[in-house]
Design a protein around this ligand. Structure first.
Ligand code: NAG
Ligand code: NAG
Ligand code: NAG
Ligand code: NAG
Ligand code: NAG
Ligand code: NAG
Ligand code: NAG
Ligand code: NAG
Ligand code: NAG
Ligand code: NAG
Ligand code: NAG
Ligand code: NAG
Length: 704
């Protein structure tokens, strides 16, 4: 076993790109303080194992016995049948809508009232599917109908350092021990069940497969329909000590490959259901098996022990590499809670937020927005990986800009703009779902510039320049052609129509939003530098737009969401939602237009007027980053621990009044804020922590 382990470690180290940090902090002892310990199923947030592309949520049994927590992946998607309404039977029948935009009609991907059915189909499809459920089958114990309350001495621990869940309980006077691990390499769950009941009472496991309805925008906490049994099929093929179940839901087909150790039997429960039972058929007190979900059969299965070792290596390397921080947890309860959030967010983001595509807001826990991901949220989901020096995890999905470039060019061309316009609510194909906000939001456009610049600071090579060159050029061309030359004011305006970050204004009146003006300038500036670094000259238009964007709009000596917004500070609907305008100082490096007196007035007004119970997600980390750049450590920490910014018992960021739990941008934003407080930015003078806090940190990448 030792040799397998060290061999695995050697292989892993060869593949690590970023240099590892010489660690002075005893990371393991800090991490393990926050191991989850539960004695009952958490009702809506599962304990999870996973690998970034695949996650498996469990109840108190370490499986999905009592609660059908989900098994979600990057690759499992389904289309409902197309509408049968005449002329609305294919995606090609969807034409969007045209809105007047600076004197011309522009086509936007919005629901068309004359194409209602196909518009809705385009929104809800494809949707992410729950791949299946695996639970304990109680066999002959008490007639097989057992509830959680009947289990005594329940006890569960997630060992964060090794990525393993161990669960135990007693029933009928016998102990049951279960170990649950996800493979870091394949979408496999490895399970070992030990109990005399395996031998004496037929204690085994069931596998069940749900249909996908695509009816719910938010499918939470459970995804899929287990009772629409006639709408889909499963079939089983047996091999030696293995069986594969092929699940077909309309055009979607995938395989659940189950392999066990020793002698066991798997059989279908009833002919008309999709439920299969695995139980041992020998004189054994353990049942060990793996279940691998994959689009096709063809992986090589490993034993439970091998997967356990591989996971232990992966997770301990994950914790050992990259940055780390140690807060004074023993002396200050706020520091302890912040450390808990940091450690559990690190675990959960590696499980839920490190796949081949950008993360959905609820990761791989449950589905929001039909399981789709949002291109404007990529900033929040991905940036922290760079700041923590976890470049390999950042790298897994950053290729999305390259992959989506053809559809981004197509979108801009169709709308009469130059370059590449990045979409919004997306599926892996790069299609952006119809939506008024979806089609009119613009703050996702400069994200590639932010990522490229951070990458170049860490890896200032030809390769980095080449990797981003055509992407930045495409996006900068769009940004420059989108900016509207206002010939009376001699400036470039952004919008209308458009939605700013806060999504709460009239798009036909929204012009020159503060944050977007700053981000446009930042993006075009990076795009120009990119050309200079390659000894090429940037298009004149980029520079002209960069240098002639409208000034930041103000009212009463403070910045406002957009130019001409009526009575912003006394209008409740404007003093809630994301306070995106603060992003001009903190999130972004200072803009030449920035006036700190005005900015300080703005943040003061936010503190006076904002409806914080209605805030959610990255709002609090954004405030923390802003306060940190202003040097106010107390307030920065307060924001991260704000009562409206809760993290539950298993570490999931609570959605709050607006969205379901979990809402991972809160976790990712927390890690970004902490990284900036510890590692700083250009011109930074020292870490931003409350007086008296002894903080040790290492390995953080400096921001801009
Ligand atoms: C479960 O844990 C909670 C909190 O740690 C404790 O208060 C409770 O008594 C425990 N219940 C059982 C049945 O062990
Ligand atoms: C869903 O339908 C779209 C449009 O027809 C197609 O491109 C896509 O591959 C389908 N996806 C799945 C998972 O069937
Ligand atoms: C469908 O399209 C045809 C031809 O474009 C048109 O004549 C017909 O009225 C349309 N039907 C409906 C229900 O819109
Ligand atoms: C904005 O203008 C479009 C037409 O260009 C119209 O359909 C829409 O209702 C307007 N929205 C608001 C909130 O006024
Ligand atoms: C299982 O037990 C519960 C009560 O614990 C009862 O409500 C339910 O009807 C039982 N189901 C079967 C199939 O016996
Ligand atoms: C199937 O289960 C869902 C809840 O998951 C329920 O709303 C629905 O009524 C059930 N349908 C049938 C046919 O039993
Ligand atoms: C299952 O199929 C039946 C018959 O085609 C259909 O009426 C029903 O709506 C389908 N159920 C779901 C959940 O799609
Ligand atoms: C912990 O630190 C915070 C921030 O400085 C401070 O407000 C709080 O009073 C401290 N709590 C304790 C128990 O020392
Ligand atoms: C990212 O992955 C690509 C291959 O997909 C590799 O060439 C590159 O070196 C990786 N970069 C980093 C920063 O890890
Ligand atoms: C210039 O901006 C003003 C408002 O700031 C607007 O009323 C005017 O229509 C704009 N002119 C052009 C040519 O876009
Ligand atoms: C910043 O704004 C304040 C208040 O509007 C003004 O008095 C001051 O002159 C401005 N500072 C600069 C450098 O423009
Ligand atoms: C803005 O606020 C920060 C934090 O309180 C302070 O350090 C800075 O001097 C202020 N700047 C101006 C121009 O008022």
């Amino acid at each position: 076993m030792l040799s397998v382990l060290s061999w695995g470690r050697a292989l892993f180290l060869l593949s690590v790109v970023s240099p590892s940090v010489e660690s002075k902090i005893n990371r393991k002892s800090i991490i393990q303080q926050y191991n989850l310990k539960l004695n009952q199923s958490h009702p809506y947030s599962p304990v999870q194992v996973g690998n970034g592309n695949f996650a498996f949520g469990v109840d108190i049994t370490g499986l999905q016995t009592f609660l059908p927590h989900n098994t979600l992946s990057s690759w499992g998607w389904h289309n409902s049948s197309l509408p049968s309404t005449p002329n609305q039977t294919s995606p090609a029948d969807y034409t969007g809508v045209e809105w007047w935009t600076h004197g011309r009609l522009v086509n936007y991907e919005q629901p068309n009232p004359a194409e209602k059915e196909i518009s809705q189909w385009m929104i809800a499809n494809p949707h992410r599917i729950n791949l299946g459920r695996v639970g304990l089958w109680f066999g002959g114990i008490k007639g097989g109908n057992i509830s959680e309350r009947q289990l005594s001495a329940r006890c569960q621990e997630l060992d964060l350092w090794e990525g393993a869940v161990t669960s135990s309980f007693s029933i009928d006077g016998a102990e049951v021990h279960i170990t649950t691990i996800a493979s870091p390499k394949t979408d496999t769950v490895a399970v070992k069940i030990s109990s005399t009941l395996v031998r004496t009472a037929g204690l085994g496991v069931f596998f069940d497969f749900p249909y996908a309805s695509g009816k719910n925008k938010f499918d939470t906490p459970f995804v899929g329909l287990f009772n629409a049994t006639s709408n889909h099929t499963t079939s089983i093929e047996y091999r030696e000590r293995a069986a594969s179940i092929t699940h077909t839901l309309d055009a979607t087909t995938y395989v659940a490959d189950i392999a066990w150790e020793g002698y066991a039997r798997i059989s279908r429960l009833h002919d008309d259901e999709h439920k299969y039972i695995l139980a041992t058929s020998q004189n054994s007190e353990t049942l060990s098996f793996t279940i691998t979900y994959a689009p096709q059969l063809g992986h090589k299965s490993s034993t439970v022990e091998t997967i356990k070792d591989e996971a232990a290596v992966w997770w301990s390397d994950y914790w050992t590499n990259g940055a780390f921080i140690s807060l004074p947890t023993a002396t200050n309860s706020s520091a302890n809670e912040l450390q808990r959030r940091i450690v559990l967010s690190q675990y959960l983001l590696a499980v839920n937020g490190a796949g081949k595509d950008p993360t959905q807001e609820s990761g791989l826990v449950n589905n929001g927005w039909y399981g789709k991901f949002h291109m404007e949220m990529v900033f929040w989901h991905l940036t922290h990986w760079m700041f923590w020096g976890k470049w390999d995890l950042y790298n897994r999905s950053i290729g999305v800009y390259e992959r989506f470039l053809p559809s981004s060019f197509g979108r801009a061309r169709k709308q009469g703009y130059e370059g590449a316009r990045i979409g919004k609510m997306s599926d892996p194909s790069g299609r952006s779902a119809p939506g008024e906000i979806n089609s009119l939001l613009i703050w996702q456009q400069p994200h590639p510039m932010y990522f490229a610049e951070m990458e170049y600071r860490a890896f200032p090579t030809e390769k980095t320049l080449k990797k981003w060159d055509h992407i930045l050029t495409g996006v900068a061309d769009f940004m420059a052609s989108y900016a509207w030359w206002n010939s009376t004011k001699h400036q470039y305006d952004l919008g209308p129509p458009m939605y700013p970050v806060s999504e709460n204004t009239n798009p036909n009146q929204t012009v020159n939003p503060t944050f977007e003006l700053a981000y446009w300038r930042f993006g075009l500036d990076v795009a120009k530098k990119w050309q200079t670094r390659q000894n090429k000259s940037a298009p004149v238009r980029w520079t002209h737009v960069r240098d002639n964007l409208a000034p930041f709009p103000t009212e009463d000596g403070a910045y406002v969401i957009y130019e001409g917004i009526p009575n912003m500070w006394s209008t409740p609907k404007y003093t809630e939602d994301h306070p995106g305008l603060l992003g001009i100082y903190g999130w972004l490096p200072p803009d030449p237009r920035l006036n700190m007196t005005t900015f300080n007035n703005t943040i003061a007004k936010i503190h006076q007027t904002w409806n914080f119970p209605f805030s959610y997600g990255w709002d609090f980390p954004l405030l923390a980053i802003t306060e940190a750049r202003r040097g106010d450590a107390e307030r920065a920490v307060q924001q991260l621990l704000d009562v409206n910014n809760a993290f539950d018992e298993v570490g999931m960021p609570v959605g709050g009044t607006r969205v379901p739990t979990p809402y991972f941008p809160s976790a990712a934003g927390l890690l970004l804020a902490v990284a900036m407080m510890a590692g700083g930015w250009d011109g930074f003078v020292g870490p931003v922590w409350p007086a008296g806090w002894e903080v040790e940190s290492e390995g953080f990448v400096r921001g801009m």
